[in-house]
Design a protein around this ligand. Structure first.
Ligand SMILES: [Zn+2]
Length: 302
């Protein structure tokens, strides 16, 4: 039966990679409900799974595009870059990590500072970029956010910070920790100037970022099911020697326990922020900025 006899062993063909029929990047699988989603549909839905409302992580630029009118903004301090002050090396040299992150994201550090309009109101927005060394806060992130807040004070406009960070940048040691105090001090000045600050917590917001500016908003809002915490659950369990409850460190749990003010679906985020800013006295851009005299009188009263 020569017809069925194979002259060569079939092994070579079976181990060879089968070319995929689907071009890469066209489809995405939802990690929550395993639904296969068409990438373009997902994008249109602001990267929220239409079936189970799982929120995919957004890049800083996507975030700004989603929040600001017509997806337009002016970026500030884009040229700032870390000088690697400690000449730090772990498994890889820090300067190599920086270069790799720069190549991967096209950004110089883990935050974009932008000014633009949100439903017609002038706002200063800082959006953190998780793809850049875990969105970690080093000297550059601290400096850029601080300058952003100061710029907002000069322009008398509210501040929105979208947090997405693993915390302080270990490769910059104590210098990265100092950024916590620096940003908090700038926020205190913003508060004294009677300008609102809304903190938007997204998945994940942890470590030194949670421990400083992320929780200092006049309003702290979070996306659904975002991981928000300081130390990781394993460290806490080992320290307190107790089993942690279900859903610990997720937005809904924090809302229930009074740590945050609102959990807002991403598709409603822009409208909700605009409503909150209007309530806090932000005016549409063509109108004059909030009257200085009132703010000064309020200060004097303290
Ligand atoms: Zn899903």
């Amino acid at each position: 039966m020569a017809w069925f006899k194979k002259a060569r062993k079939p092994r070579a063909s079976s181990t060879a990679k089968k070319p995929s029929r689907v071009p890469e990047g066209l489809w995405v699988k939802c990690p929550e409900c395993a639904q296969i989603l068409y990438n373009k549909d997902l994008e249109k839905n602001l990267s929220v799974c239409p079936k189970c409302a799982y929120h995919f992580r957004l890049s800083a630029a996507e975030r700004l595009r989603m929040l600001l009118d017509e997806g337009r903004w002016t970026e500030h301090d884009a040229q700032l870059t870390s000088t690697d002050p400690l000449q730090f090396t772990d498994t890889k040299a820090y300067c190599d990590r920086l270069r790799a992150a720069e190549e991967a994201t096209g950004a110089r550090d883990a935050v974009i500072i932008a000014t633009g309009q949100l439903e017609g109101m002038d706002v200063a927005v800082a959006a953190m970029e998780y793809a850049f060394i875990g969105g970690s806060m080093g000297v550059v992130v601290g400096e850029k956010i601080t300058r952003g807040i100061e710029r907002a004070m000069d322009a008398r406009c509210p501040v929105v910070i979208v947090c997405c960070s693993g915390g302080a940048r270990m490769m910059e040691g104590a210098l990265s920790l100092m950024q916590m105090a620096k940003i908090c001090a700038a926020l205190a000045r913003l508060d004294r100037a009677r300008l609102p600050f809304i903190s938007v917590l997204t998945d994940p917001t942890t470590g030194g970022v949670t421990a400083s500016f992320a929780m200092l908003g006049d309003l702290n809002v979070a996306e659904p099911r975002a991981l928000i915490g300081f130390a990781g659950p394993r460290v806490i369990e080992q320290t307190i020697r107790q089993k942690l409850p279900e859903g610990f460190q997720r937005s809904e749990f924090l809302l229930e326990h009074g740590m945050i003010d609102l959990v807002i679906d991403r598709r409603e985020m822009k409208a909700a922020l605009a409503r909150a800013l209007r309530f806090m006295g932000a005016a549409a851009a063509p109108a004059p900025p909030p009257p200085l005299a009132v703010a000064a009188a309020g200060d004097a009263g303290q």
